[in-house]
Design a protein around this ligand. Structure first.
Ligand SMILES: *Cc1c(COP(=O)(O)O)cnc(C)c1O
Length: 231
């Protein structure tokens, strides 16, 4: 018989070992890449299992879902660090700024302006990463690599935003290696320290290429149950 709580704890331990091994293979120090446990659409017992195992770094891709789960969890575990890894609509900026420690999906000028305005009102903002559309896919969110220098300048000069890193989701049907290398090189060129890339199937490769955050869901928690409905 398998206990889902043990499974989550075992998976977390195994993946952290693999991350540190991949970092070592690339001559990077242990702890150079941190594991974001992507808890979206997972039952609350699995989130609880990860918390009980001592894990504190989580990613969610919807503001409403995160709002339903994390304020309660934070009352018991104030050291939770929560990253937004899904698209952010401007009408959710206020809630997102209140809830998340890091917003990884800054991907357009209008959102930069809305974040800056909310930051002025509150006197603080989460850390911000820009999402890069590394595969130049027409349907996908993110700033095209060619447009990144101008967008970063706009964030900084027009809006006074500090950008700490870059995030990407490479094309699903391609070898992620060149996309990971591109994101790392872009971060380096712009003096950005954080690089968020790699998911369940390719996080070790992302770590070897320079990821400082990997975002892993199913390899920790198992297959996601389908959300019942939007809302
Ligand atoms: C769901 C999600 C992940 C995790 O994907 P897995 O394949 O389950 O590890 C990572 N990043 C983003 C942006 C996601 O939406």
């Amino acid at each position: 018989m398998t206990d889902p709580a043990n499974d989550v704890a075992d998976n977390l331990a195994e993946i952290k070992t693999r991350i540190d091994r991949a970092a070592a293979e690339a001559g990077r120090p242990a702890g150079a890449a941190r594991l974001i446990a992507v808890s979206k659409v997972q039952p609350v017992e699995k989130l609880e299992a990860a918390l009980a195992a001592g894990h504190r770094l989580f990613g969610e891709n919807r503001v409403q879902e995160a709002k339903a789960k994390f304020p309660a969890a934070r009352e018991r575990y104030p050291d939770i660090e929560l990253h937004l890894i899904g698209p952010l609509q401007t009408n959710k900026v206020k809630e997102a700024v209140a809830l998340f420690d890091v917003i990884q999906t800054l991907d357009r000028p209008k959102l930069a302006a809305a974040l800056a305005e909310e930051g002025r009102k509150r006197g603080r903002l989460p850390r911000l990463f820009v999402e890069v559309n590394v595969g130049d896919e027409p349907q996908k969110a993110g700033i095209a690599p060619a447009d990144l220098p101008a967008f970063l300048a706009e964030c900084r000069d027009m809006h006074g935003l500090t950008i700490d890193g870059l995030m990407c989701i490479p094309p699903a049907d391609q070898d992620p290696a060149p996309h990971f290398a591109l994101l790392r090189d872009l971060a380096e060129q712009h003096g950005l320290t954080e690089v968020s890339m790699g998911m369940s199937g390719d996080y070790e490769q992302a770590v070897r290429t320079g990821a400082t955050f990997v975002r892993v869901g199913t390899a920790i928690f198992g297959e996601r149950i389908k959300p019942a409905a939007h809302g």
